[in-house]
Each structure stands twice: as structure tokens, then as C-alpha cells.
Write a protein that binds this ligand. Structure first.
Ligand code: NAP
Length: 272
């Protein structure tokens, strides 16, 4: 028999409260929508009021519970006040997704110090701010925190020194917090998405069809992932089925972190 908290029940997050930082678009909005349809009350945090309102409306129009607040993840006090309000309105926070990020392609030789700092401030410092600000408002035991990292946090790549450095820091933040907060019953993990279709991230990093084909040709699974793929991974991590998983970087990346699988010999060897 399945119960609330079990990913195989129809609404595994029934009655739970989830805050999604960076939730007004893309992967994070997909996660917010998935959590809401699984029964969670959802709070969206990002910067732009209009985009937040539109994002929350996609959830409430589907008959679920959500609202949003504007805050910049670089501002700890602003983030903390969103958690405070959310806990007063909905109760203790069960699930936190920290996915706010900014990115662009830039060769290191022409990347400004300010460009590097801006990405580190949003992705790495912002991630710490979100997770740290959540702490006083978490349900313990039982809270599940997850950051959205990227394969570049583990595997170097060109023109991404700023984002990869920030994501590498996020991976370590997650592991350190998992050690320190585990005894309080708080799990802290990260999801590492590969290239995901229909996102701003991939529109910027693979702007032409040719570039998209090059990227797909190197992937073991040969396809971009979907927002739903990441949302399902997040739902599993939020559920009680993941209650023994903490400090993990979960790859949902079509095998992109394994390396370049584009060799001609490989294509011939696997043709059937
Ligand atoms: P996206 O649509 O651009 O979403 C980014 C979100 O972060 C937006 O809601 C944005 O809203 C918010 N944000 C940006 N700066 C912020 C700040 N300073 N304070 C608060 N919120 C801020 O991006 P996406 O492509 O779906 O990516 C989502 C996450 O997945 C990111 O962490 C990204 O690194 C990761 N990822 C994506 C891919 C991919 O294929 N797309 C692959 C690997 C990892 P506002 O600008 O209105 O604040």
C-alpha cells in the first residue's frame, strides 16, 4: 500500500511545502509545476515580478496552490524574508530547490573579472544564501534540499570557467551541508542535468541547429533531456523513497558526464 511521501502514490507531496529559487522559468518552473501536481504548496522565488506572477499562474490555473515573491539570491536578507513569509503562510518548509543561475559562453581570455564574479555571486553565493536562509524554517526531521548543478561542476569544458567554477563550489557546498545537517534529519543533494531542450540555458549554449547536432552526437543517449526528466528526478529526491540519499550529485544527463561518445567506430559497433 502506498502513502503520502511515497513516489508511487498519486500525490506523494500532499500537504508538503516546497520553495523553488529560480522557479519562474525553465527547469525550475517545471519542477515547481511537478511538485504542485504531486500535492505540494509551492512558493516561487526569483527577481522579476511579472515573470513570477505568470509562473505562479500556470500552477494555480491548473487547480494547485502556489504564489511567488521577488528576491535576488545575492541578497541574504531578502531571501530569508521570503522563507519567513512562506513558513508563516504554509507552515514549515519540507522541500527546497536552489536553481537560480545565469550563464553565457565566454573564452577565459576575454571574460571580465566582473563577469566571472557575477556568475559566482548568483550561482555559488546565491545557492549558499538559499540553503542557509532556509535552515530556521525547515521541517526536521524530514526536509529535502536540492541544488541544481551541472556536469561542468565535475568535468571541465571550454568557455565555461565562470559557470563551472561556481557549479564545482555548489557540489562541495551540498556535500558539506549534508554532513552538518544530516544529524538534524535534513537531506542535501544536487541534480546535475545534461542538455535540456526548451531551456534558456541550451538556447544560449547551442544557438544553432548545427551546434545542437554536434552536442547530441557526443551524448551516449544521443538526445537532449526534457524538463520533465529533471522534474521527475527532483520529485524522487523530494519523496520519502529517497530518505537514505544525502550528499549525492545525481546525474540526469543522458550520460554526458561519461565523456564524448561520438567515435565513428562506436557508431559502427552498435549498429543493428
Ligand atoms: P532559466 O530558465 O534561465 O532559469 C533561471 C532562473 O533563475 C530564472 O527563474 C531566473 O529568473 C532566476 N534567477 C536568475 N538570477 C537570479 C537571481 N540573481 N536571483 C534570483 N533568481 C534569479 O534557466 P534553465 O536553463 O532552466 O536552468 C535552470 C538551472 O538548471 C540552472 O541552475 C542551470 O545552471 C541548470 N542547468 C541547466 C541546463 C540546461 O540544459 N538548461 C543544464 C545543466 C544545468 P529572473 O531572471 O527573473 O530572476
Amino acid at each position: 500500500m502506498t502513502s503520502v511521501g511515497d513516489i508511487f502514490s498519486p500525490r506523494p507531496l500532499e500537504g508538503r511545502v516546497a520553495l523553488i529559487a529560480g522557479g519562474s522559468s525553465g527547469i525550475n518552473l517545471g519542477i515547481a509545476q511537478r511538485f504542485a501536481s504531486a500535492g505540494a504548496k509551492v512558493v516561487i522565488l526569483s527577481r522579476d515580478e511579472e515573470r513570477i506572477t505568470a509562473a505562479a499562474r500556470t500552477i494555480t490555473d491548473a487547480g494547485h496552490v502556489a504564489y511567488g515573491r521577488a528576491a535576488d539570491v545575492r541578497n541574504f536578507e531578502a531571501v530569508a524574508s521570503v522563507f519567513k513569509e512562506a513558513s508563516e503562510r504554509f507552515g514549515l518548509i519540507d522541500v527546497v530547490v536552489s536553481g537560480a543561475a545565469g550563464n553565457f559562453h565566454a573564452p577565459a581570455a576575454s571574460l571580465s573579472a566582473n563577469g566571472f564574479k557575477t556568475v559566482v555571486d548568483i550561482d555559488l553565493i546565491g545557492n549558499f544564501n538559499v540553503l542557509r536562509a532556509s535552515f530556521p524554517f525547515l521541517r526536521t526531521p524530514g526536509a529535502s534540499l536540492m541544488s541544481i548543478t551541472a556536469p561542468g561542476g565535475t568535468h571541465p569544458s571550454v568557455f565555461q570557467v565562470h559557470a563551472n567554477s561556481a557549479k564545482a563550489g555548489i557540489n562541495m557546498t551540498v556535500k558539506c551541508l549534508a554532513m552538518e545537517w544530516g544529524p538534524a534529519g535534513i537531506r542535501v543533494n544536487a541534480i546535475s542535468p545534461g542538455p535540456i531542450s526548451g531551456t534558456t540555458g541550451m538556447a544560449k549554449l547551442a544557438a544553432s541547429p548545427e551546434r545542437e547536432q554536434q552536442i547530441k552526437a557526443r551524448l551516449p543517449l544521443r538526445e537532449y533531456g526534457s524538463i520533465r526528466d529533471i522534474a521527475d528526478t527532483a520529485l524522487f529526491l523530494a519523496s520519502d523513497n529517497a530518505k537514505y540519499i544525502t550528499g549525492a550529485i545525481i546525474d540526469c544527463d543522458g550520460g554526458s558526464g561519461l565523456g564524448d561518445a561520438s567515435a565513428d567506430a562506436l557508431l559502427k559497433a552498435t549498429q543493428r
